[in-house]
Design a protein around this ligand. Sequence first.
Ligand code: ZN
Ligand code: ZN
Length: 321
Amino acid sequence: MAREPERPEGAAVPDVAEGESRDSRLVWNPFLGEWTGLAPGRMSRRELTTECPFCADLTSGRVPPGTRAWVRPNDFPAFRPPVGECLILIYSDQHDRTFADLAVADVVRVIGLWRQVYRDLAPKYAAVMSWETSGAAIGQTQFHPHGQTYGLSIMPDTLVRELAYVEQSQAAGRGCPFCAELRAELDGPRLVHAGAHWVGFVPAYARYPYQVRLTPRRHTSAMDGVDGEGEEAVELAGILPRLVRAYNAAFQAPMPYMLALHQLGDARFHVHFELLPVGRAPGKLKLAASSEMAWDFWVNDSLPEAKAAELRDLLAKERAE
Ligand SMILES: [Zn+2]
Ligand SMILES: [Zn+2]
């Protein structure tokens, strides 16, 4: 359970943009020990427009011609400084591609964006959350390949809980639990990827059947500690879209998924990616329903060992093609 943090200064956000809500705010839920964001201005955001606002960055000259990947402000930000900051990370200049279609060099550029937004936002905010939501079934509204980043003046509860476990593990003399977990999974049945620099596995406690945690072998707390040009970035740029392609093969269609980058400025933390694919079988989704939403009690309709074996096969087939 999260401890109640100091209420951030300016927790009610003065709004400056025309036509948007003036009521964005962060509200502490004392019952659950977590923050909720209220951002009514998001209700009027663009949805399924025919004109792509991200392609327009190139045609309007907002970014220089020839730019392949870039960061832009979210035109409908949930929060504004000093409470938070909302950015869009454009993965490619080509509208019709997806993250799974990107070549290694393209994903290395995306990794550069993750590092750039972390460096820009980490000095100002308690947490920098970068993610991608892929699939209309789970709320994607723009189909140009992109991700998002929030800098937030509070720590979201998942990071509070992960850091609390790190502190507990360190205090008990067991060191970093993420380092321990990847060592334990390396020879185990839940392993999905054992690279020179990254280890991927279906966590023993996975909520989604095909969930994968991808952790760098080298202990570093955030993306600014990952070598953005060298082998660490190249391996990461290869395995991330390969995992998404394996998901698509398992689902026999583009599988809706969330890709979340957990990182913190605290050196004890260990950066990792959480891939949360929502499919559980071809055409079938695992939706968070009453047990999950009303009790935060997740029931996974499969065993991580079985799904890890399936993913290993799909990755091997994909490599062979
Ligand atoms: Zn576009
Ligand atoms: Zn570690």
